[in-house]
Ligand binder design. Structure first.
Ligand SMILES: [Zn+2]
Length: 480
């Protein structure tokens, strides 16, 4: 980042110099020395004044020079993108192998690399750890006939988190791993891109609150409540778009909201149905986020946020981070989607509920194509400049760029601290469809009555051997 550090910053201002000199009396201090200090300070004063006058941040900028004003605003406030799917490309294209010739600093195809992030003055990035819904694109992949059936989705989510952390660690000069909001500002001060982890689907939790807690411990700081499939917690927008009913949150979804709040994990409502949005907003004790969405009134796509929900987001203190997904911006002609469509969504939301509740969540590297004028991660400044051209003040664009997201995260973390301090325990509820097929009658039970519950025969895979040392199950095949 282009921070201006005054070369004279370490020299005390004139008044401080006098105070320092007079507040540390020495036995042999003479008036001559004091006069010398005062004279020196007086000589330096104009230099300090002129220096501050010539600091680039203070030079007057033509109000219509939006590019220059953007550069200044983004050198003072980090622009934080809510959603980038690069980790999924690393999974698909490299099978998570990043040490053999892959370098995020080199110019890559597609939308994301460090070089272009630098050009785009990116200050913070939520890297999306995404694993697809069961059966999407390939009916056999993660096949699941009901939500209790095991799949590899949780394992693969662990791998996504692992590779994201390794990728961040591979670029210590450019990226800084962050699991708290203060870290974003700290990273920004030393010119690094704060790098956070979000998980893009409640289906990646294996219908388990315990999994949410463990993903939090691994550093995930938001979960997208649904992806394009219903899960144990909630209904997805895609279900409604396909003609399904909008059931909103499930009863277990109520526990999900409670536990997310208690943990301090941000609830992401992008991809959810409108009723899920409403249900969560009526329950949550903490602000929510939409990591990559838009305004339903601007484009009637069910992935977007309707006006009543936007008003609830204002009351809730949350944020809608506006997406660049072409087919959500222009449903009829995605190929014509442009930066102006993105601006329309942002300005609409800001006009309806205020600049305190809007941000940016591109979905770069997670969707085919990009809007005209927002071709890759180098283009964020053009977006900010256009917002200014549409009337946003520098204060407003700073809210949009990063201040809002930081505020939401701080408030989510603070509310969690209050809840945890109050002694609220982790939520032990289990999904109502969960079955527990474990145990057999020969276990060394702790509780009276347990043995009766497992009255059936011992499992066939018990490792018990006969006198000949062979597994009992092999007897029929044992010819010796
Ligand atoms: Zn998405």
């Amino acid at each position: 980042m282009d921070h201006t550090v005054s070369d004279l910053g370490s020299i005390p201002a004139p008044s401080q110099a006098v105070v320092l000199a007079s507040s540390t009396p020495r036995p042999h201090a003479s008036w001559t020395r004091i006069v010398t200090v005062i004279s020196l300070a007086a000589l330096l004063a104009p230099a300090i004044y002129l220096r501050s006058f010539f600091q680039p941040a203070e030079l007057p900028i033509d109000p219509t020079d939006y590019a220059a004003r953007t550069k200044r605003a983004l050198s003072q406030t980090p622009i934080i993108d809510g959603h980038n799917d690069l980790p999924y490309l690393i999974r698909v294209e490299l099978q998570n192998k990043i040490y053999d010739g892959f370098d995020l600093k080199h110019k890559l195809l597609g939308y994301t690399d460090i070089q272009r992030m630098r050009t785009g003055q990116v200050g913070g990035q939520f890297w999306s750890c995404y694993v697809q819904c069961p059966g999407v694109n390939d009916p056999e992949l993660y096949k699941q006939e009901n939500l209790d059936q095991p799949t590899w989705i949780v394992r693969d989510t662990l791998e996504q988190i692992d590779v994201t952390k390794r990728l961040i660690a591979e670029h210590p000069e450019d990226l800084q791993y962050c699991d708290n909001p203060k870290c974003i500002r700290d990273a920004f001060k030393v010119g690094k891109v704060a790098s956070m982890i979000g998980i893009e689907g409640g289906h990646q939790m294996g219908s388990s609150l315990a999994a949410i807690r463990q993903f939090f411990d691994l550093g995930a700081r938001y979960i997208t409540t649904t992806h394009n499939c219903d899960n144990a917690f909630a209904t997805a927008a895609s279900t409604v778009a396909a003609g399904g009913e909008d059931h909103g949150l499930t009863p277990f979804g109520h526990e999900y909201v409670k536990e997310m709040n208690r943990l301090g994990m941000m609830i992401d409502l992008s991809h959810t149905s409108h009723q899920t949005m409403r249900d969560v907003l009526s329950l949550t004790r903490s602000p929510i986020m939409f990591s990559h969405s838009g305004a339903y009134s601007v484009q009637k796509h069910l992935r977007h946020v309707p006006n009543d929900v936007l008003r609830s987001v204002k009351r809730n203190g949350g944020i809608v981070m506006v997406t660049f997904v072409c087919r959500f911006l222009n449903m009829q002609h995605p190929e014509h989607a442009s930066i102006h469509d993105v601006v329309d969504h942002i300005v609409y939301i800001a006009n309806l509920i205020g600049w305190e509740h809007v941000g940016v969540g591109s979905d770069f590297s997670g969707t085919p194509g990009a809007p005209i004028g927002l071709e890759d991660v180098s283009k964020y400044p053009d977006l900010v400049a256009l917002l200014m051209a549409r009337g946003a003040t520098e204060k407003q664009v700073k809210l949009f760029a990063g201040e809002n997201l930081i505020r939401v995260w701080e408030n989510v973390a603070a509310a969690a601290k209050v809840t945890q301090t109050s002694g609220e325990k982790p939520d032990e509820e289990i999904w109502e469809g969960r079955s527990w097929k474990y145990g057999h009658k020969t276990m060394p039970f702790m509780l009276a009555g347990s043995r009766e519950k497992f009255a059936g025969p011992a499992g066939p895979h018990q490792f018990s051997v006969k006198a000949n040392g062979r597994h009992a199950g092999l007897d029929s095949k044992d010819s010796s």
